[in-house]
Design a binder for this molecule. Structure first.
Ligand SMILES: Cc1cc2nc3c(=O)[nH]c(=O)nc-3n(C[C@H](O)[C@H](O)[C@H](O)COP(=O)(O)OP(=O)(O)OC[C@H]3O[C@@H](n4cnc5c(N)ncnc54)[C@H](O)[C@@H]3O)c2cc1C
Length: 308
C-alpha cells in the first residue's frame, strides 16, 4: 500500500543552528522559527524566515537588532508588506515586523507610529474633523513604509504633509527627529531608502475641516487581485512603466501562476499559487523587452528580498 502526502508548498529547512534558535526563542518568546513570509505580504509568495518577530515597542526592536548583530545574522525590517517580494527560499536571517501602533492627534497634527496602517490614520483624521489625507484613498501600507518611499497617490505625496519623523540609526542606536528637508524626498524616493535608518513615527500637518469625499480614479485603471502595486518606477511622467510594458506587447503575459495584468502593465499579479520565481521571471522579461524595444532601463519599485 502506498501512502501519499500532499505537500502544499516546499520550504527548505531553516539554516540556522539549533542553539541559536533556542537562544532566540528564550529571549523573544513571541518570536518564531522558519516563519512563512507569504503570510506577511500582499503578493502572498515567499518561503520562511529563519527567525521572525514582531517588534511592538522600541525596546524590542533594539533588542532584536542587537540579537541579529551579535549573531552575525542579516535582518530585514518589514511593515505592511505591500511593497515587497520575498524569495521562494525565504530569508536567511531575522525578519522584524514593525508593530508599533500608537496614534495621537493634537490640534491639526497627527503623530502616528511607523506600524500604523495609512488607511486607519486617514479614518482617525477624518473622525477627528481633520482634512488633508483624503487623496490617499486606496493607498496601502503603513506610515513607516510611506515615509521611507515617499508614498502617495492622486497628487498627494508623503512629503506634502509630513512635518517630522523620528528615526532609529540601527548602527549606533541613536534616535533622532528630522524635518522633511533631511529626507531628500523625490518620486518614490528618500535618503533613508538608501540607508538603513528605521522610521519609528511620523507627524503630519492637516487642517481642521470637513473631510472631502474623494473618488479614487485608480479603481477603474488598476487590477484587483494579489499584487505589490506598481512593480516598476515610472522612468518619467511622459513614459510610465505600465505604458512601456503595454507597448512592448507584454500585457497579459503569464509565467507559471504569475501574470502581467491585462488591465495595467505595471502590475504583476499572483493568480494563486505563483512562486517568487514566476514573478522574477516576468520582471526580467519586462525589463529586457522594454530595454530592447525602447532603450529604457526599468527600475523596480518593489523591494526584492532574499536571493535574486
Ligand atoms: C494594490 C496596491 C496599490 C498600491 N498603490 C500605491 C500608490 O498608489 N502609491 C504608492 O506610493 N505606493 C503604492 N503601493 C505600494 C505600497 O503601498 C507603498 O510602497 C507603501 O508605502 C509600503 O508600505 P509598507 O508598510 O507596506 O512597507 P513594506 O512593504 O513592509 O516595506 C517596503 C520597504 O520599506 C521598508 N520599511 C518598511 N517599514 C519601514 C520603517 N518603519 N522604517 C524603515 N524602512 C521601512 C522595508 O524594509 C522595505 O524595504 C501599492 C501597493 C499595493 C499592493
Amino acid at each position: 500500500m502506498s501512502i501519499y502526502f500532499k505537500i502544499e508548498k516546499w520550504y527548505p529547512v531553516a539554516m540556522a543552528n539549533e542553539s541559536l534558535q533556542n537562544e532566540f526563542t528564550k529571549i523573544f518568546p513571541e518570536g518564531t522559527i522558519a516563519e512563512p513570509l507569504d503570510k506577511y505580504c500582499t503578493l502572498k509568495v515567499g518561503g520562511p524566515a529563519d527567525f521572525f518577530c514582531k517588534a511592538k515597542d522600541l525596546e524590542t526592536l533594539k533588542n532584536l537588532i542587537n540579537f541579529a548583530k551579535n549573531s552575525s545574522l542579516p535582518y530585514f525590517i518589514l511593515s505592511g508588506g505591500t511593497n515587497v517580494l520575498f524569495d521562494d527560499k525565504g530569508f536567511r536571517g531575522l525578519v522584524i515586523k514593525i508593530d508599533f501602533k500608537n496614534l495621537e492627534i493634537k490640534d491639526e497634527y497627527i503623530t502616528a507610529d511607523a506600524g500604523v496602517i495609512v488607511a486607519l490614520m486617514m479614518n482617525r483624521a477624518a473622525s477627528s474633523g481633520l482634512t488633508g489625507l483624503e487623496k490617499w484613498i486606496g493607498l496601502p501600507g503603513t506610515v513607516g513604509g510611506a515615509v521611507r518611499g515617499n508614498a502617495g497617490c492622486n497628487g498627494l505625496e508623503t512629503k506634502d504633509v509630513l512635518v517630522k519623523a523620528t528615526l532609529l540609526n540601527p548602527e549606533t542606536g541613536e534616535i533622532h527627529e528630522e524635518e522633511p528637508g533631511y529626507f531628500g524626498f523625490g518620486y518614490r524616493d528618500s535618503k533613508i531608502k538608501h540607508s538603513n535608518e528605521i522610521v519609528l513615527n511620523a507627524t503630519f500637518h492637516l487642517k481642521k475641516g470637513e473631510p472631502q469625499k474623494v473618488e479614487d480614479p485608480r479603481v477603474f485603471t488598476q487590477p484587483k487581485g494579489l499584487s505589490a502595486g506598481s512593480f516598476f518606477k515610472n522612468p518619467s511622467l511622459a513614459t510610465p512603466a505600465g505604458m512601456l510594458i503595454d507597448k512592448a506587447g507584454l500585457k497579459g503575459t503569464r509565467i507559471g501562476n504569475a501574470q502581467i495584468s491585462e488591465v495595467h502593465g505595471n502590475f504583476i499579479l499572483n493568480l494563486g499559487g505563483a512562486t517568487a520565481k514566476d514573478i522574477k521571471d516576468l520582471v526580467a522579461l519586462a525589463k529586457s523587452t522594454v530595454k530592447e524595444k525602447f532603450g529604457i532601463n526599468l527600475e523596480e519599485e518593489v523591494k526584492i528580498v532574499g536571493e535574486r
